[in-house]
Ligand binder design. Structure first.
Ligand code: HEC
Length: 311
């Protein structure tokens, strides 16, 4: 009986063992079973109660048996029970791994030289250290053969593979994270689905001032190439997000529209360019020239603009 582990170790160990097995065997998706299926909480409570009950029964059996013993046997039993549990195996392992010499036996390994009273012990190298050293030698040999002789992959290849994987991950992420666009990253969305969503947003929020065909009313004409606040997807997105000049009536839409919605409606507005609205408002602002466009085009547009403005 003396080697028996005490109840305060036994109960938690068995309890968590059952808990672990339960989590392992019950398939509950991402969530732990204990949360996904509340009934399991009740189950674990029962397990705990049963474990405690078993302990109580065992200890009372022990008690009853004890009472039946003779005085002498009782004494022996108590002595055996009170003997401290010894971690013999751990001590042995420690001794084996260090091979250290007890202080009382140091005399056996002392060397006979003596420097001003400082003497030296001839300790063996501790086995744990020696084994680790062997492991590094084996590792080194395998490494040398694998990478320097057989020429498995090298760091450059590893780097390239990781970059390629990261690029794919970024693309994946961008697909799901359209909402992250801002004025610096926004791009014209050519997808039909984006444009039709953009049109819906326009119809709901913007037609009151810009007309359904973009011809303009309170707000300026959005179909011509003249822009007060700059054309191109970035400027248009910025105008929608931040609003027009103070007091003109164009509010900042960033409070009510998500970034992706502003990108969609901005793209839709750009598709209106060059269409012929029923009641076009007179051009306001200036012809907007895309600074990113190839230079020839800019030349062409600039000559055009003088021609138009001279009219
Ligand atoms: C209350 C009326 C009103 C509503 C509603 C409105 N706008 Fe405007 N919008 C204006 C006015 C006025 C201007 C001119 C702002 C200025 O001159 O600074 C303007 C300017 C613009 C411009 C810049 C045009 C240019 O020439 O630079 C864009 C783009 C625009 N609006 C898009 C939208 C979109 C998209 C919506 C809907 C989400 C919308 N507006 C809703 C009144 C409105």
């Amino acid at each position: 009986m003396s080697t028996r582990t005490p109840w305060w170790i036994r109960i938690p160990v068995v309890f968590f063992l059952i808990f672990g097995l339960m989590e392992y065997f019950i398939d509950s998706g991402d969530m732990p079973a204990i949360i996904a299926y509340p009934i399991t909480q009740f189950f674990m409570l029962m397990v705990l109660m049963i474990l405690i009950a078993i302990e109580l029964i065992l200890s009372s059996i022990e008690n009853v048996m004890f009472q039946t013993l003779s005085e002498e046997a009782k004494e022996r039993y108590l002595m055996a029970k009170n003997k401290k549990r010894e971690w013999t195996w751990a001590k042995q392992l420690y001794q084996k791994m260090t091979r250290s010499r007890a202080i009382e036996r140091e005399g056996e390994i002392i060397l006979d030289h003596n420097y001003d009273g400082i003497r030296e012990l001839d300790n063996v190298l501790p086995p744990w250290w020696v084994y680790m050293f062997y492991v590094t030698i084996i590792f080194g040999a395998i490494y040398l053969v694998r990478f320097h002789i057989a020429g498995a992959y090298d760091q450059e290849l590893e780097y390239e593979q990781e970059v390629a994987a990261a690029k794919i991950a970024i693309e994946e992420y961008k697909k799901t994270a359209k909402n992250l666009v801002d004025v610096n990253t926004v791009e014209f969305l050519a997808d039909a689905s984006d444009l039709s969503t953009g049109q819906k947003i326009f119809t709901t929020n913007c037609v009151a001032c810009h007309m359904a065909d973009g011809g303009g009313g309170i707000g300026p004409n959005l179909t011509d190439e003249y822009w007060i606040l700059g054309g191109g997807i970035k400027n248009v997105f910025n105008t929608i997000s931040e609003g027009g000049r103070d007091g003109k009536g164009m509010v900042a839409w960033k409070q009510s529209l998500k970034p992706v919605e502003m990108a969609q409606v901005a793209s839709y507005i750009l598709t209106l360019g060059g269409t012929a609205p029923a009641n076009p408002k007179a051009p306001e602002g200036e012809i907007w020239v895309d600074p990113d466009a190839p230079s020839e085009e800019i030349q062409g547009q600039v000559t055009d603009s003088t021609a138009v403005s001279m009219d």
